[in-house]
Design a protein around this ligand. Sequence first.
Ligand code: SF4
Ligand code: SF4
Ligand code: SF4
Length: 305
Amino acid sequence: MTSKIIWEKSAEDLINKAPFFIRGLVKKKILERAEKENLRLITPDFINQVKRAFGNEKEEILKEQKEKFDFQTKIKEEDYNFTQEQFEIIEKLSNQNIGYFEKTYEINLCAGARGCPLSLIDVQKIGDDLKEKIENSKWQDNLLERRKNKPILRHHKFKIAVSGCPNACSEPQIKDFGVIGNLKPLRTPEICIQCGNCLKACRESSIILKEDGPEFDYQKCLNCGLCIASCPSGTIIGNEPFYKILAGGKLGRHPRLAEEVASLKNQEEIKKTLEEVINFFIENLHISSRLGEIMEKKNFYITDL
Ligand code: SF4
Ligand code: SF4
Ligand code: SF4
């Protein structure tokens, strides 16, 4: 039974260095080989043996994968290039209102918080961190004081949205503060088997498939990671995900799309940026009671990262 197999700590560390979106596949291969050899302890040596064996079998495996992936990636073309299975999960999840809806603020989380397969980041954890941050910021007391004896309507609240990928289902572009998960595709030396999956996956036409493999037009690329997930040979991988931070979006009588104010690599920096945005907002309430309107008149700069 797979459950009785134990991983040495150093073997776990080694496997955790693999990019997160292929880690599952690599682990599966190692466990399959351990089962076959009736091995109960996974060591770094064993992982390296599997890697070597995998290298020898690669041509054959790539051929098999090409056939399998041609079958699996039957894309539902009218909807975001999702596979049918992904589409069904997202459809179910996207009808749920996920997040925190409090008297003085709202945090909308996309279905990445409930397992949307396209999410590139930990939407739930970021949502929890931002909730903690806003609750400990000056925002709550400030708004309650300003609206003393007056109702707090929806447009008075500070609105936040977190989206797991550039599809941006929780609408961060129209919130005071938004976070979008991104993953940049990178080319590796692994042989491209010319299956064409990456071309089908990319909605931005930002991949040119040459004889020796793909090239990216990073001007057009949205960092959605779909080509990475579609590549069976490891020719396209992603590095660590990063976070685009937006601020100053709003609806109402004069709608405005949020501006990109930062591109962050570290999850911790998202909380600090929220604090900076809130402080900037409060300091400039004499200009307007809407962050977007303040940002029309005054630039916001991050100072504390
Ligand atoms: S934004 Fe991306 S991760 Fe979030 S629900 Fe939409 S498709 Fe899924
Ligand atoms: S990450 Fe860029 S190149 Fe890859 S599918 Fe998305 S937009 Fe296309
Ligand atoms: S780079 Fe594109 S064409 Fe080449 S193996 Fe990966 S998905 Fe297939």
